[in-house]
Structure formats: C-alpha cells, structure tokens
Design a protein around this ligand. Structure first.
Ligand SMILES: *Cc1c(COP(=O)(O)O)cnc(C)c1O
Length: 469
C-alpha cells in the first residue's frame, strides 16, 4: 500500500514516510492509492478478535512497511485494559433496541481522540527508534487533542511534546488533566492569548523551515493519516458487535468538527463494511451540514465561528474534508487542486451536481443540533434510558434520532464522557457530572506548566532551550 496526495503532486510514499509528515508537499493530504477490500467471510472470521487483535488486522491493510508481529505488539500495547477503563476497550452501551452508544471515551483523557493517539504514541516510538532519530511535537490545543497527545506520548523515547494552550480558557478539569503530567518529555506552555494565538505561533514555527528541520519539529494534528487509519478500526468493531450476520447493515452517527472521525467511517464503508448511513451531526457551526444539504462548501472565518457548549466541534474549516472530496470527484487530484484554489480565491465551491450521490452512493446524511437541543437531549436520554451523555454525544444522539430505521442498528459515537464538560451537564440536569473514581484525585495533583506571553520569540526560545536535539 502506497500513499499519494489528494492534489496529485506527490510521488507514492510508504506508510512510515507519511507518518511523520504533515501536509503533502503540494499542499494536499496523504491518502492510500486505493482502499483495501474486506470480504464478508473475512469479516465473520474477525468476530472473536479482541480490540487489539482487530486493530492489528485492519491497520495491517494500511501499513506496508512494518511486519505483522511488530504491528500486533504495537496494537497490544496501545489497546490494553490498564490504559482503557473497560475490558472491551470500546464497549457498546445500549440505549434501546437497535440504538446504542459506541463507547470511544474510556481512554485516559475521556475523549475519543485517545483511540488514535494511543496507537500513534506506540508507532512513533517504534519508527523513531528504527530510524535512530527524534521528534519534537509542537501543537496548539483548546483541550481534547493536546491532552490525548500528551497522555499518548508521555515517557516515550525519542519524542518530546510542546503543547500550547490558551491561558485561563480551559476548564479546571482540562487544566488538571494536562498540567499534572510530570514527565520530562512533556512541556505545557500556557500562552496569554486565545486558541488562535496559540495556533498562529505553531504555524509560524513550522513555517520556519530552518528551525523546523534543525529541531525536528513534528505535528500530531487531525490530518495525520495514522490517526484516520486507527479510527477505521472502531467502525469495524462496532459493526461486529451490533450486527448478527453477514451483510447486516448498521448506521453510525458522528458528532463532527474537523471531519476526521466520520472520514474514518467513510473509509470503512469504502472497504466493504456494510454501513447503511453515516449520519453527520454538527452544532451551531454547521458548515458541513450545509454542504451535505446543498452541495455548497463555504467555510466561515474564525470571527464567525461560534463558541458553543460542544466546544470540540467549534470548527468551520474541516481539515479532513478534502479527503472525502477527492473520492467524490473520482480521485481526480487535478480537480481537487483546482477546487481548493477556488476556495482560496472565492471562499466557497459548489458541488451541487454531486448532491444525489451523497446519500445514494456514500450513505451521508446530516443534521444540526443547537444548545437547546443539547440540553434537552442530555435530560431526555438520562430520563428515558438512565444514561448520562456529554454535550458532543448529545448532538450525535439528537441528529441520529431523525434517521433511525426499523431493523437497522444505529450506533452513536460517544466522543467524550460527561465529566469533561460538567458545567453543561449541570445546566441540563441540575447536578454536576460524576468524576470517574480513578480521576477523583486529579484536581489535587501538583501541576507543571510555564506561563508566557503570546509571543513567537518567547515560545521559540523555550523550545530551543528544552528540545533534546
Ligand atoms: C474532536 C472531537 C469531536 C470532533 O471530531 P472530528 O474528528 O474533528 O470531526 C467531537 N467530539 C469531541 C468530544 C471531540 O474531542
């Protein structure tokens, strides 16, 4: 399996080569040359595998340059019950007949980002070891991604993490989660500014090519292909748990922001997994819902991106969307390049000619959930099913309910646990969310964080001083 760019300007590369890279040299995103196909009998043979074993099978279809035993070891280390708070790793949590949550948030940071990051941590360490090199991950976070990356990379050989977060803008829980890590290779930089300031500094640092190569800077952002590939696994896992035989259709509903999670569902479907519908749920930032309704893609500027009570979906420029458009256009990289050029010049593009294919050919449908919907859904799901869900998962449940069909199981991806977003839970139910027992002491742990101005030179100097290479 080799990887090409969505904009047709990259020589085919192997998995390990694209693992440590961000954008392709032509500005596009790496995608596999073709999607591996999984036949119905293979799928049936996978029913009894553990999550880690299933991950080794599926990732083995995408990784061309690691042997099977190595991959098995890496997935066994990534997906073990000492790391995930469930013997199944990803439990199915039934709400009703043919309606369940797919529990993706049992990892160390209580959000689905752990699913991919835990694998990334293992494979980074292995590949850096093999290549006798090191990597300094520099990132910006408003919460979930940064903490998932830190928990996955803490203590790993050859990798250091410099994570910028906006000073005073994260919840107490999120701060405690990140800043209580005492590992030497984890550096929390709390920047006196907003998330966009952090992001700008990271962009400026990786745009400084001399500094980037001297300091071996890398990223773990949501366009990373290994993250997308690792996420494909839980669609197969969910199907295997919810279906009762070959060919049985299952639908998935996905709270979406950067289009990373649901893109993995699209890939699973392209691989032959019998997925009926892929239900895309947005919050008030509904650029993607608008696209699937009208065929017009019109990202909004940061100033028109609302701060909502499902903050991890407050995104208007979905960085993984280009990978889906590549497939939609028959994998024509020239045409993708042309469209993104038009996007830069005119701020939008129009694919309404493809509107009939969105659902008929790709299974995509979409819907919006608002703050009021979120609160109502959290309350109702607790009252009707006795299950407390987080605000993002609530957006998924709300939109999923519009698309349920008799006889077709609907799985809603649980993208975070309520403990992470307790304020909204309290607003909905009148009581704060329970904190999992193993995290009860988190708030009392000492914190390691450096506060600095939103100043490129200060951040750069800190990395210069603390990067091991
Ligand atoms: C990141 C995140 C999302 C959005 O996922 P995308 O892959 O960006 O579409 C949804 N919910 C939670 C809790 C998240 O952390």
């Amino acid at each position: 399996m080799k990887y090409i760019s969505t904009r047709a300007g990259m020589q085919p590369l192997s998995f390990s080569d694209i693992l440590l890279e961000g954008l392709a040299p032509d500005g596009g995103l790496a995608v596999p040359e073709h999607y591996p196909q999984v036949k119905a009998d293979t799928l049936e043979a996978w029913r009894d595998l553990s999550y880690a074993e299933l991950a080794a099978q599926i990732l083995g279809l995408f990784v061309d340059d690691l042997d099977k035993d190595t991959l098995r070891q890496l997935t066994a280390q990534a997906y073990q019950s000492s790391v995930f708070d469930s013997p199944d790793i990803v439990p199915l949590k039934p709400l009703q007949q043919d309606f369940a949550l797919l529990g993706l948030s049992q990892g160390p940071t209580l959000a689905f980002k752990d699913m991919a990051m835990q694998f990334l941590g293992q494979i980074f360490e292995y590949v850096l070891d093999q290549r006798q090199t090191t990597l300094n991950i520099v990132g910006a976070t408003s919460g979930d991604t940064g903490s998932a990356a830190e928990y996955a990379l803490r203590g790993k050989r050859g990798v250091s993490v410099f994570m910028l977060s906006p000073y005073g803008r994260m919840s107490a829980f999120q701060r405690a989660q990140m800043y209580s890590l005492q590992d030497e290779n984890i550096h929390n930089l709390s920047v006196k500014g907003v998330f966009d300031d952090c992001q700008d500094i990271v962009k400026a640092l990786s745009g400084d090519l001399a500094f980037k190569s001297a300091k071996h800077l890398g990223a773990v952002n949501s366009i990373n292909w290994a993250r997308i590939a690792a996420q494909v696994v839980y669609y197969f896992w969910g199907w295997l748990r919810a279906s009762n035989g070959p060919g049985q259709k299952v639908s998935f509903a996905v709270p979406s922001g950067n289009f990373g999670n649901i893109l993995s569902g699209h890939i699973a479907r392209q691989m032959g997994l019998p997925i009926h519908r892929l239900v895309l749920a947005t919050n008030e930032n509904n650029v993607l819902e608008e696209f699937f309704r009208t065929g017009i893609y019109r990202p909004r500027p940061a100033t028109h991106t609302y701060a909502t009570s499902s903050p991890s979906m407050d995104i208007s420029r979905a960085s993984n969307f280009e990978r889906f458009v590549f497939d939609l256009l028959g994998r024509d990289g020239q045409q993708v390049r042309h469209l993104w050029q038009q996007l830069a010049e005119q701020g939008s593009f129009d694919l309404s000619a493809y509107l009939p294919e969105f659902e008929a050919r790709y299974g995509f449908v979409a819907g919006v959930s608002t703050h009021a919907d979120r609160l109502e859904t959290i309350r109702r799901v607790q009252a009707e099913y006795g299950v407390l869900i987080d605000p993002h998962t609530a957006d998924g449940v709300k939109v999923a309910e519009q698309y349920r069909e008799p006889g077709i199981p609907m799985l809603v991806l649980e993208t975070a646990l309520p403990a992470k977003f307790s304020e909204t839970i309290e607003e909905a139910t009148g009581a704060p969310a329970p904190i999992p027992a193993h995290l009860a002491q988190l708030a009392d742990l000492p914190q390691k964080v450096v506060v600095m101005d939103a100043d490129l030179l200060q951040v750069r100097a800190y990395i210069e001083q603390h990067a091991p290479v």
